[in-house]
Each structure stands twice: as structure tokens, then as C-alpha cells.
Design a protein around this ligand. Sequence first.
Ligand SMILES: C[S@@+](CC[C@H](N)C(=O)[O-])C[C@H]1O[C@@H](n2cnc3c(N)ncnc32)[C@H](O)[C@@H]1O
Length: 356
Amino acid sequence: MTDFSAIHTPVLLDDCVALVTPALKRPHSIAVDCTLGLAGHTIAFLRNAPEATVIGIDRDSEALALATERVTQEGLADRFIPVHAAFDEFSRVLDERNIRSVQAVFMDLGLSSLQIDETDRGFSYSHDAPLDMRMDISQPLTAAEILRTYSQQDLEAIFKLYGEERFSRNIARAIVQSRDSDPIVTSAQLNALVDRVIPKAHRASGNPAKRVFQALRIEVNGELDKLASTLPQIANRLSVGGRLVVESYHSLEDKTVKTFMNQGLKADVPADMPVIPEDMKPFFKEITRGALKADAAEIEHNPRSASVRLRGVELIRPIPQRWRTRFDEPYVPLRQQRGASHQRGRSAHSARKGRK
Ligand SMILES: C[S@@+](CC[C@H](N)C(=O)[O-])C[C@H]1O[C@@H](n2cnc3c(N)ncnc32)[C@H](O)[C@@H]1O
């Protein structure tokens, strides 16, 4: 029998259970775990909310199969619905099951330890493997393809934005200069290039290519776009009293979550307005004080928890119609927002102007 707990340790598990399960007391309550992984959190929700069903979404079919096996082993499969999808298909997943609203939604963003440890997908800078990095292997875009086709400006933008890499310009330039004669298709090649480009004197601790790998993974999987386009869908499907709880591991993810939640935490009126009309009152109540973090003991036991930020809100009144309409509007991807061409040799600037 597989020892699943040895593969991935759920982060801030007790806090997540305490935040999610109060919304699941009623019979036929439904929770959606948008990032099922190995079902570490889902199993705890099912155990602590015996009236609830959990819909577990994951875009990684391997994780989904293992999670289903684990939930079945635990004897909880009758209240569990596994779904192979990306979480930005949230509304569609509920529509297809004729579910109008749910009582809790949980997200534990990023990769599972299973994915990080899988050396053949190229997520890890410490093993040589083809630069793939897709969480869902049925998607076409790989990390190697990005390095082969994106313009220098776009490469620089993603290394800077998603990796907070100081030498993003130098790294992007080196990739573009070398790719005709020596295309970068493996993690060892990328490690070697970054090692060549970043001056020894300017290196922080750890692998110098860490931030470049992180940025590529975020771009390959459209992680920030998926998050930003899913949060409004979730809000429009929460029932009053329902809870949204999110664990982020990257400052931009946390910022996206915080900015989204803040929209419903403040009255939608000028500060000096004497009486706040009902439909302008806040519709979320914070159920964490700011962001919760892991303590030293958890970090020592599970280093992955070091960067976690856990935020939660409860929906305290129906979302006003103008917010519902706004949340329903089509999402504009970040790539489009930053005007990227991601065509080889064309800068974002010239692409916007329609020039070569
Ligand atoms: C950190 S793990 C979740 C671990 C899980 N909470 C547990 O305790 O076992 C994140 C999971 O979310 C999945 N994932 C990440 N982004 C996703 C997305 N946009 N749509 C669906 N699943 C996603 C990954 O494939 C991964 O299995």
C-alpha cells in the first residue's frame, strides 16, 4: 500500500481545517478543493465535516489518480468527486454538475512534492531533465518552447516579474544569443547558462538558477492568470456563510489573493459618507488576521511551508449585482496586459505598434 503521507506533507493542515470546515456543517454541504494534489487537505476536510462532499480538482492526471486511490483507501470515496480540470474552469465544473453554489473553496497553490520530486518533468534545477515543466502534460507549451520562441524582452519580463531576478536582462540576452547554435532544452544547459551569466560576487545563497526555473514554471502553467481569473468565479458561486481559503507560496500569488479579497472587505463608498447603503457594505469578512504563516517547528519538519501565506474570507451578504457583473467579465491575461509579443525577435513595444 502506498504511503501517501511520505510523498507530500500538507501545509498548515490544522489551520486550514479550522478555517474551512465551519462552513460545512449543514447536510449536503459542498466544498471544492481546487488543488487536490495528493488529497492531504481534502481527506482532513472530509473527516472533519461528515455531512460534506468534496469536489477535488487537479490538472495533473497522475495526482488525481493517486488522490482518488488514497481517498478510497480511507473509506471516504462516497463523498468525493475527482475532476480533471484546471481550476480556472471552476464555473464550468459546477455547471456540468448542476451545482449553483458551494459552501467552501480551498486552494493550496503551486506544485506538490510529488511533482517537484519527479525528475523527468524538468521542474527541478537539481536534476538534469528535458525542460518541460507542464503540470498538465496535455497542454502544448513547454519551458523549452518558451526559451526557443519568446522575444528577448518577453524572456526578460517573465524572469523579472515572476522570478524577481536581478540579472533577468543578461540571462534573456544570453539565451537569445545562444539559441540558434545551442538551443536550451535541458535543465543542465539552463543551469550552466545562468551560472555563466550571473557574476559570482552577486549571488545569493542556493542555486543561482532557482528564480529562473520558478519564473518559467509560472509562465508555462499560466499560474497567475489562472489564479486571477478563478477568484471572481469562486466569489460568484459562494453561498452566504461560505468560505474561501487560499495558501500561496509566491509573493505575486499572495498579492493577487489579497487584492481580490480586499475588494469585498471594504465599504465601496468614500470614507466620509455618513450612511453606507446596504449594497455598498463589505461582503467579505476576514477569517484570518492578515496572512497566517507556518511556525518554526513546521518549517523545520516541512521546508516547503517556509513561504506559505494563508488567507481566508467568509461571504457575509449576497454579492451586490455590480460586483457580480464585474466578476463575470472576461479576464484579460497578464501577457496581453503587458503587451507581449512572445514572438521571436519582436519586442513587445514593436508588436504593439505593429512593426517588425
Ligand atoms: C501544493 S499541491 C496540493 C497538495 C494538497 N493540498 C495535498 O495536501 O495533498 C498543488 C496541486 O495543485 C495542482 N494545480 C496547480 N495549479 C492548478 C490549476 N491551475 N488547476 C488545477 N490544479 C492545479 C497541482 O497539479 C498540484 O497537484
